[in-house]
Design a protein around this ligand. Structure first.
Ligand code: 13P
Ligand code: SF4
Length: 320
């Protein structure tokens, strides 16, 4: 629960947000005190998955946005809303997938497989996005892969997500995915041995977990393989009372808040990049906004990168 020190910081954040006209967006992997909506006693104005956050940022009439997530997500927000400056409390917060691939890597893949379309996970930096044909998030990856009119697709950078998607896509359409070797350092840690208890519980598997775990778990029990949003809607629909979560630990907070009568067990693996954003860091960023210090928290993209990187993102948004 919230400590007295955290309560003070939360009150300060609410005051500064109002004073500086800042809208605060938070990913579901943020710590509970950051992802809880202000109307429910927290600080966020909107909490969502990566696609939800991108859409909210695009449509927001906000004067300024403080993005609580990781850098590639804030960059996407900056691509989609050039009118509102996008700030981050932890502007260097990375992602093992985004840093696994560069624009040059994608150029080399295109040279190796001429004419094969490149579908890139949103978990890439803006420079890498410049080389993609279309982006996807975990929520729309399957639909976009189905729609691409080619019997081969290059999918970057998540190898495990690629394997999981490839199995479904091959079965449904015969299409083949060519994969890159990036992994999410959080989701790759989930192993079958972590989920041997509670045979009556359903399993909640994010696309990014290893394919071997998916096979072993979905052979043994009911569950879902998909995006964060698929996990949230599966739990809402399900008649089960107990769930095992194979995704970022703080998603269990989101799930519990939306389903207070259900039980969620998780080996609790945190994304260290998401946890770079803290209440104190948010206070510091908000204090800086509007002063000479604000540049340190601002997400800036040069115009040439912006012009190219937005194209695959806009193509993706035709599917929303
Ligand atoms: P979502 O697209 O489900 O929000 O996932 C983002 C992410 O970083 C998963 O690890
Ligand atoms: Fe990147 Fe994995 Fe963290 Fe998501 S959970 S931001 S994919 S390192």
């Amino acid at each position: 629960m919230v400590s007295p020190e955290q309560s003070l910081l939360i009150e300060k954040i609410k005051q500064l947000k109002k004073e500086k006209n800042v809208t605060l967006l938070a990913h579901y992997y943020m710590p509970p005190a950051i992802q809880l909506l202000e109307k429910d006693g927290g600080i966020a104005d909107f909490t969502g998955d990566s696609l939800g956050l991108s859409l909210f940022a695009r449509d927001a009439k906000a004067e300024r946005i403080l993005f609580c997530g990781v850098r590639f997500m804030a960059e996407t927000a900056a691509l989609l809303n050039p009118n509102a400056p996008i700030f981050m409390a932890a502007p260097e917060a990375g992602c093992s997938l985004a840093s696994s691939i560069t624009a040059e890597d994608v150029r080399q893949l295109k040279a190796q497989y001429p004419g094969v379309p490149v579908m890139g996970y949103i978990n890439t930096y803006a420079e890498t996005k410049c080389e993609l044909d279309i982006c996807c998030t975990s929520r729309n990856a399957l639909e976009i892969a189905r729609s691409i009119p080619s019997d081969k697709i290059i999918f970057v950078p998540d190898y495990y997500m690629g394997q999981n998607l490839a199995e479904v896509i091959k079965r449904e359409t015969g299409k083949e995915l060519i994969l890159w070797k990036g992994t999410c350092e959080v989701h790759e840690q989930f192993k079958n041995e972590m989920f041997t208890s509670d045979p009556e519980a359903d399993i909640l598997l994010h696309w990014e977990v290893p394919n071997q775990l998916v096979k072993e778990q979905l052979d043994a029990r009911k569950g879902v393989l998909g995006s964060t949003n698929d996990i949230l809607s599966y739990v809402k629909r399900s008649k089960s009372e107990k769930f095992l979560l194979a995704s970022e630990c703080d998603l269990a907070f989101t799930l519990k808040a939306a389903n207070p009568d259900k039980e969620f067990l998780t080996p609790c693996v945190h994304c260290k990049y998401m946890k770079e954003t803290t209440l104190l860091g948010i206070v510091n960023a908000l204090n800086a906004i509007g002063s000479d210090e604000e540049q340190a928290f601002l997400i800036q993209l040069d115009e040439a990168t912006r012009e190219r990187a937005i194209k695959p993102v806009e193509r993706m948004l035709e599917f929303v």
